[in-house]
Design a protein around this ligand. Structure first.
Ligand SMILES: NC(=O)c1ccc[n+]([C@@H]2O[C@H](COP(=O)([O-])OP(=O)(O)OC[C@H]3O[C@@H](n4cnc5c(N)ncnc54)[C@H](O)[C@@H]3O)[C@@H](O)[C@H]2O)c1
Length: 251
């Protein structure tokens, strides 16, 4: 199958974790993939894994929270592959210093806002005009279940991901008539290397994991959701914050 044949997809934070799995899946489905990660080494590794398997990819070192950096990456991506059809603003993540609003370090608030929310805002700012030029396409933002439910103890990250969800809905309305679909994925706990380390020392997170109906998430689960939202099969799906959550939000 080649559900993304002919499409150029840029995925931020694709050097590891969910982003890497998604980049590899998109390439297997026929997309030409731009791996945009702040870590040049892991970004190159992802691109190499794709090209070694017969796919097409380039790695561009990018800091999504710096306007000049993400703008230059999108320009280079379009220069290299000729267009941009899919933008997956995936880079982000929480840390173990996040906490409730009274105790969270103030610098952690701005770190989360700058990476998760501003990074997504900037990706859309520079990516959407290129998707419009290409005749339409898809933006997939990375929210979290924390944007859809009360989730204690991570108030910096929650604020940032709530912003991502709200921004997603507004952009869907603003750009839908120009052929740009804008959706977000809201993953539950997903066992990437980073999260496995976080879980190891955190009782609350381990308790949460035990409450999942169908087990915890894997990066591949999120990659499959992104594939659907990126593909033409989702041609009338926009403004959706899609929980991929083992029933967590419903329970
Ligand atoms: N893993 C989970 O449990 C989970 C749950 C909900 C949401 N999410 C979201 O999914 C996304 C991916 O999470 P993950 O677990 O795969 O994380 P990860 O830490 O494995 O991967 C994140 C990637 O982003 C890159 N990155 C960090 N800062 C960057 C920057 N400024 N510019 C460009 N790239 C940067 C990192 O180098 C890394 O390769 C994040 O937005 C995260 O908030 C993850």
């Amino acid at each position: 199958m080649a559900r993304l044949a002919g499409k150029v997809a840029l995925i931020t934070g694709a050097g590891t974790g969910i982003g890497r799995q998604t980049a590899e899946l998109f390439a297997r489905e026929g997309a030409r993939v731009v791996v945009a990660d702040i870590n040049a080494t892991t970004g190159e590794e992802t691109a190499h894994r794709i090209t070694s398997a017969g796919g097409q990819a380039i790695a561009l070192q990018t800091d999504v929270s710096e306007p000049d950096s993400i703008s230059a990456t999108i320009t280079r991506a379009v220069g290299h592959f000729g267009a941009l059809h899919v933008l997956h603003n995936n880079a982000g993540g929480s840390t173990d210093v996040d906490a409730d609003v009274i105790n969270a370090p103030l610098e952690e608030f701005w770190r989360a806002i700058k990476l998760d929310l501003f990074g997504t805002f900037l990706g859309c700012r520079f990516g959407i005009p290129e998707i419009i030029k290409a005749g339409g396409g898809a933006v997939i933002n990375m929210a979290s279940v924390v944007a859809l439910m009360g989730f204690p103890g991570r108030d910096c990250y929650t604020a940032a991901k709530g912003g991502v969800a709200s921004l997603t809905r507004s952009l869907a309305v603003e750009y839908g008539r120009q052929g740009v679909r804008v959706n977000a994925i809201a993953p539950t706990v997903t066992l990437t290397d980073r999260v496995v380390k976080l879980l190891a020392g955190n009782d609350a997170m381990q308790h949460l994991a035990a409450t999942h109906l169908l087990g915890l998430g894997q990066a591949a689960d999120m990659a499959q959701a992104a594939l659907y939202l990126a593909s033409d099969e989702a041609r009338i799906v926009t403004g959706v914050i899609l929980p991929v959550d083992s029933g967590l939000v419903t329970v």
